[in-house]
Design a binder for this molecule. Structure first.
Ligand SMILES: [Fe+2]
Ligand SMILES: [Fe+2]
Length: 274
């Protein structure tokens, strides 16, 4: 029997309308609003939505204030909470000030919420000034303690950097200490790990736990000739259903032209990651 379903969004890369950067002309916040409208129109009725990072594209306080309005509109439209985690293109202090309306600080943003017996744990894998990600010792200790008590209907862990490698990408995109995180998760009530960062749908198991990376709402990555990677117009989301025995993942793609935005060489990407 299905316990609940939830929506997994990722890599929204939003900016305030006045922002001027590589992505702002693509109006990526509009895509997120389209996604919320699509979920509503299709009567999916999720219990919650989680966005796994790169909420902004190098956002400042104004960007995060704007992103909060988009998220709040979506939450009101669906009538359910929208939870977020931070990605490598996010920044903790302006996020805390603009999105959470708290004092700005570099404290990692992580939490546990239980919705209809399913526990959602959000982790902060983003590290200031770095493209790669890891879960710090403070969060690992908190996670280990939290998972000592199982949730009624299992636990979902959300973070930005994925646990599974994808074809054609250098390993720097993986969570740097996935082995450590996997050791904490193994043998607990965690039934799924949801992530983003790679802008590609990728589902498998890590330490026996279903591990998902979603394409996201902003654009999709595809391998191209000459060891290049191209980013194409794309917008979609995943519907994740939680059952007694685990989870299922359904990918929904909104209509689009899949026009190529830009491409980069994998060698340059690897050098950038160092
Ligand atoms: Fe991203
Ligand atoms: Fe990312």
């Amino acid at each position: 029997m299905e316990k609940l379903k939830f929506i997994h969004l990722t890599d929204t890369h939003m900016n305030a309308p006045h922002a001027q950067n590589h992505f702002s002309k693509l109006k990526l916040a509009d895509k997120v609003s389209r996604v919320f409208a699509h979920i509503h129109a299709n009567a999916i009725s999720p219990a919650f939505v989680v966005i796994t990072g790169d909420l902004s594209h190098e956002g400042d306080v104004q960007d995060y204030e704007y992103i909060r309005t988009i998220v709040d509109e979506g939450s009101a439209r669906l009538g359910v909470p929208v939870y977020v985690v931070l990605g490598n293109h996010d920044h903790r202090a302006p996020f805390r000030e603009g999105f959470l309306q708290e004092e700005p600080s570099e404290q990692p943003y992580y939490y546990s919420h239980t919705i209809q017996g399913v526990r959602l744990i959000g982790l902060n894998s983003q590290i200031k000034g770095h493209h790669h990600g890891e879960i710090d010792a403070e969060q690992l200790a908190w996670l280990e303690e939290t998972l000592r008590t199982p949730a009624e209907n299992g636990t979902i862990v959300a973070l930005h950097h994925p646990l599974l490698t994808i074809n054609g990408m250098p390993s720097e995109h993986l969570l740097a200490n996935r082995e450590q995180l996997g050791t904490v998760l193994e043998g607990t009530d965690v039934i799924g790990v949801v992530a983003g960062h790679v802008h590609t749908n990728n589902v498998g198991t890590y330490k026996g736990i279903c591990s998902v990376a979603a394409t996201g709402t902003a654009f999709a990555g595809e391998a191209a000739e000459d060891n290049q990677f191209k980013m194409v117009d794309f917008c979609g989301y995943n519907v994740i259903s939680v059952f007694e025995e685990g989870i299922t993942v359904q990918s929904i793609v909104l209509p689009g032209m899949q026009e190529e935005f830009f491409r980069f060489s994998m060698e340059a990407a690897a050098a950038h990651n160092e």
